[in-house]
Design a binder for this molecule. Structure first.
Ligand SMILES: [Zn+2]
Length: 340
């Protein structure tokens, strides 16, 4: 198939594509591919060329329409003071410390220049090394964690959720701080050249946050982020998002990314934003068969997604055959439905 991959994915992220795309809009660190292209820990996390080799393999070998060089969602929280785990092959970076208290967090200063903080300089190197391999031909997607997740990282999720219920005014002030950080982090990635940034906010997922609380307390912050970012950016929220899809759609991101617990047909119907999803990462891609991955991809395509994609970050142990089966499903679907 003769495709201008970059243009195709960027159009799909705006809902303007002639036919759907297939790619991952979330993290893609797969051990199968690490072995295949000899991009191993710790070099894969520290050496930009090795990192880029892994990112590009998801396009060149698996067949995804774009590449995704960033493999975790801790970067904004790290800039704000959280420590992160050491690199290991079969996991992404995780938050190790929750340095703030409900009293101290309000004193937190969000640094002006995210591009120079934490691992952001490394993300620029990841971008540059990836661009060197794909040129302008393939879109390069980035990711940052959202404001609720960053707040949970700084305070500890349980602590933040307690405040969320007991001290709503305080959580409002905390989310003001993390929202500012998310906007700065996402803009830094866009300034580096990333074609799209996904704001992933798993801590805002139902049932951790009730739909009414999401609408009242979190949506205004996500809307501020959506309004501050540009074209091709996404909002991802994990879990059973049916009750909040309308609110997610009102956040003014060009695209939404949803998981397998979401009723994708309904989401496509409700959302003005483009829709990406939702082949199960926790079951099908992780330990299902290739046939199951193929069938689930077809189901998402038949529902009308703009991008058929893994539902969330792809587990490190996901067999590459299951991702390739997604791409085969997409090839069969577009050749049948669009005569390509
Ligand atoms: Zn998710």
């Amino acid at each position: 198939m003769d495709i201008d991959y970059k243009q195709h994915v960027l159009e799909a992220l705006e809902g303007n594509e002639d036919f759907p795309a297939v790619t991952s809009v979330t993290t893609t660190k797969i051990i199968d591919m690490m072995e295949e292209v000899n991009a191993r820990t710790p070099e894969v996390e520290t050496d930009p060329e090795t990192h880029a080799r892994l990112a590009v393999s998801l396009h060149e070998i698996v067949g995804f329409d774009s590449v995704h060089p960033i493999h975790d969602i801790t970067m904004n929280s790290e800039v704000l003071g959280c420590e992160i785990s050491e690199p290991v092959a079969d996991d992404r970076f995780n938050i190790e410390t929750h340095p703030e208290t409900p009293e101290s967090i309000l004193e937190l200063e969000v640094p002006e220049n995210f591009a120079e903080k934490g691992r952001f300089p490394l993300f620029k190197e990841y971008y540059d090394a990836t661009y060197e391999k794909v040129g302008g031909e393939v879109a390069i997607l980035g990711i940052v964690e959202g404001p609720t997740t960053a707040a949970g990282n700084l305070l500890g999720e349980e602590e933040f959720m307690k405040l969320f219920i007991s001290k709503p005014d305080l959580t409002e002030d905390i989310l003001d701080i993390t929202t500012e950080a998310v906007i700065k982090g996402a803009k830094a990635l866009k300034d580096f050249g990333y074609d799209s940034v996904e704001v992933a906010d798993p801590t805002a997922a139902p049932p951790m946050v009730k739909p009414d609380d999401f609408h009242e307390k979190i949506q205004p912050h996500l809307k501020e982020i959506g309004n501050s970012l540009g074209n091709h950016d996404l909002l991802h929220i994990c879990g059973p998002t049916d009750p909040i899809v309308e609110y997610m759609d009102e956040c003014n991101f060009p695209a939404l990314s949803v998981e397998e617990e979401n009723t994708i047909e309904k989401t496509v119907e409700i959302a003005d934003s483009a829709v990406c999803g939702n082949v199960s990462t926790t079951t099908t891609l992780f330990n299902g068969t290739s046939k199951e991955a193929y069938d689930e991809a077809v189901k998402a395509l038949e529902a009308g997604v703009d991008i058929v994609a893994p539902a969330c970050g792809i587990p490190e142990d996901c067999p590459k055959e299951n991702l390739i089966a997604m791409v085969e499903a997409w090839e069969d679907f577009v050749s049948k439905e669009y005569s390509l």
